[in-house]
Design a protein around this ligand. Sequence first.
Ligand SMILES: NC(=O)c1ccc[n+]([C@@H]2O[C@H](COP(=O)([O-])OP(=O)(O)OC[C@H]3O[C@@H](n4cnc5c(N)ncnc54)[C@H](O)[C@@H]3O)[C@@H](O)[C@H]2O)c1
Length: 381
Amino acid sequence: MRKIKTAVIGAGFMGRVHAEGIRRLGHVEIAAVAGISDDEANRFGQAIGVERTTGDYRAIIADPEIEAVHVCTPNALHYPISKAALEAGKAVLCEKPLTLNAAEARELVELAESRKLPNCVNHNLRYYPVVQHMRRLIEAGELGDVLVVQGTYSQDWLLYDTDYNWRIEAKDNGPLRVTGDIGSHWMDMIQHLTGLRITALCADLQTFHKTRKRPKVAIETFAGKTLRPEDYEEVPVDTEDFASVLLRLGDRARGAFTVSQVNAGCKNRFQVEVFGTKCGVMWNQERPDELWIGYRNEPNRIIVKDPALLLPKAAAYADLPGGHGEGYDDAHKQVFRRFYQKIADPSAPVEYPTFAEGLRGMRLLEKVIESNRNRCWVEVD
Ligand SMILES: NC(=O)c1ccc[n+]([C@@H]2O[C@H](COP(=O)([O-])OP(=O)(O)OC[C@H]3O[C@@H](n4cnc5c(N)ncnc54)[C@H](O)[C@@H]3O)[C@@H](O)[C@H]2O)c1
């Protein structure tokens, strides 16, 4: 496959994850990285062995040799950076949630379509091998008709009022924090797995910490450091810590999920359960190679990832034999591989989440806001 030059914009947690995933593809070179400042970009470049670094992402956008960019910045920058990159003719792989609102997302979808440029929103959780197995079981009718969907995405890294991150502030994050940050993954997953659309929802949001202590110095995402009292300032919080959402899926199925960043002990407890007229399945990201299958009239099973035993379309997402774990980094690699296949060969199928799906996600988030504000069910058309 021909060599493709790409760039990573954003030098934090996801910048590092994306750099790792890109490097594992082989035919894609990270030609440059950008951070919020020259200094941050230099440190990032040194850490991952990329020489060209910049504190101004526009230098990357202006380089015609760079064919694609990865947008790994705080959410408020997804739209302007993606827009500038598309206008410059680059393929864009952007982190979730795609934008701050549906109007911005719609603009990006239209721009990418009019320029015929590959575009991807990073719903990496879809691409664990046993998740794909679960999806193909449902598609093949092994569960029967889907009746009930339920689950959670629970974390604990914002439990204390001294925990702080840019996500707390709506200006950088968007109006929904926990629902946008991790609920977006859950809603994407349930629709991807079942092939059904969320048709109505009823949401209840809670901000437990009405104020938080913001560090006067910068701290890293997920670093969980405790500073001294004089290092903080108390600020009001305008984003939610917790949400519970009731769902209708398609015509018949019903369900619910919760999302939280204040559940002690839950690190990344992404759990999804689907129950049909024949059997049920359950997957938890903290045990990524295991899939629970539950029956009414026979013993339940736990199957362990083994590409030789997965359904063929799911096995294509496993690179290692059974017994060798495949996790978070591997799922990113699977998304990136398919995205760059499309860049290398425009006739390749679109086997990654597109901006159009990111737009649908943003519309769902706006429905969550509407439902919570009006204390009622809302239809999703
Ligand atoms: N798909 C996933 O599994 C997943 C997981 C975590 C985060 N995310 C998403 O990734 C994005 C980044 O989150 P994170 O956890 O890496 O945050 P982070 O704070 O660790 O990193 C953000 C980086 O962007 C940099 N930045 C800020 N302004 C910039 C600018 N103008 N130009 C260049 N760089 C700039 C920051 O300095 C920082 O290095 C968010 O949109 C988040 O929702 C996705």
